[in-house]
Design a binder for this molecule. Sequence first.
Ligand SMILES: Nc1ncnc2c1ncn2[C@@H]1O[C@H](COP(=O)(O)OP(=O)(O)OP(=O)(O)O)[C@@H](O)[C@H]1O
Length: 555
Amino acid sequence: MHKRVKVCIRVRPASKDHAGIVVNETEKTINVLNNGNGTSFRFDGVLGSSVTQEQVFEKAAMEATESVLHGYNGTVMAYGQTGAGKTFTMTGGKSSFSDRGICARSIAMIFHAIKQDTEHTYTIRASYAEIYNEQLYDLLDFSENQQKELLIQENDKGQTFVKGLSKPLVDSEEAALDLLFQGETNRTIAEHCLNNASTRSHCIFTLHIEKHSHDDNNASIVFSKLNLVDLAGSERMKKTQVTGTMLKETTHINKSLTFLEQVVIALGDHKREHIPYRQTTLTNLLKDSLGGNCRTLLIACVWPDESQNDQTIATLKFATRMMRVKTSAIVNSQDKNLQSAKKYLDEIKRLKQELAMHDTLAGRSNIIYSIPPEAEEEMKQNVLSYITNPTQIPPIMNVNQVHVLFRLFRDIILENQVSTIEQPIILPQIEEFTKSIAIPIPSDEELKQEYANYMQTQMEEAKQNFRKAKRLVVQCATQVNVLKSEIDATSKSLTTEISDEEKDRNVSALRDTKKAYRVAFEELNKAKVEMNYMQKVKEQLITSTLSDFEIWYYY
Ligand SMILES: Nc1ncnc2c1ncn2[C@@H]1O[C@H](COP(=O)(O)OP(=O)(O)OP(=O)(O)O)[C@@H](O)[C@H]1O
């Protein structure tokens, strides 16, 4: 479905400064005043400074969230100068529950809707990416060493995704909110002369939704995602008086927002063939949301003070250009049967690779398994030559070929019977052919011997491993006993008359010994588990060998 990006303007409360704009919510217009004149802009929605967070969600963001539940991708993106209220709009204020932003409200709406839906099962994952100084970071990577390299890649449909980004499962609204909050604490924030908690990066919180139908006649899976994007402030350097690290950040922010603007201009110009998505991480990542398979809402935040008019005009111009950007959202569904067929095809591919590897190891690397129809004709000639001359045995390379040869033989026999040729097919020759391709079957005695050898090797290994595990248990037990004696001795020393200094030393030593004792005890338990396991393996081997031989002798 072709639609254009929906654009709403949100006006934050004014400071004490003179108001520099006139807002008309009904007409959906904003007039930026300039010495008695004004520049007027019209949008899909204009939300004045008294509009509540709840109303912002209902009037602007709810539609995108709803469409995600119907299988369309959705993006809600907040744009605007520093301090204009982007983070307030997306994440919300911290003072009260009613101040929560679009992210928390979208999460609540999605989980509420799926609870009501008895006809589908949902799998929901969350991801949280940050673009800071052109680098991508995983805000949900809580490991100590957050060095995982994140790369933007394209799938076979040309859609972009971040390789390596964590996407934990979220089974409840609480779990999703938990991740949102944890990710937020990882964001890059700095004090700034226009905003003392300025977010210095672009952040994208995404809910990835998989919707499985319970109806077997409609066995499909629908995939959709909701991107909630809080862009960094579109401020100009001189206005923010920044230096050092912040200057570097601002340069990167300006660069990515300039490219975002270029992409938006290119998308608005329908004669343009090339859209420069790849110029920055931001536009590359938002490729789908800008002119792709997505329903997108831009909330452009403005600061109504007269002193901010330059920035307000820049923001409103960007927002106007964004209204020209067309997107084409489609429901992303996949037939379950197709999905299992794909699974089988993957399995076949994997097995073929495995077979090729075995062939190479066995020195049979030039074997072709699939037999083309033209090769069958040649094989038929081989069979006919063999019938007349038993020394000309057809070459055999694989089981598939044996099957084809049998079929050809059968066809020849049947043909001969139908045409009642005097000399029917000569059975001894077929017998000989069968013999020539048969694998030699070992005798009963040989098999028993082979089996006995195999079991003996297994038993030897099991015994060795058991002995190793037992030695480890003894070692660990000795260590545990040594530490236990140390603990007892130190504890006892604390009950005697000793100097304070010595007491402190002993208390600290006791703490360390107890720690070492816990580690050693843990090791002892692990070693015991391994020893018991090996004991069980030994017993199992004895039992199965005995029963196999019993079967052999009695039947
Ligand atoms: N509509 C609003 N109602 C009440 N307070 C608001 C509103 N918009 C913004 N604020 C307040 O203004 C301050 C700056 O807002 P916010 O941090 O959301 O700006 P921002 O656009 O995200 O800035 P930056 O780009 O620097 O991160 C915050 O203290 C926020 O609570």
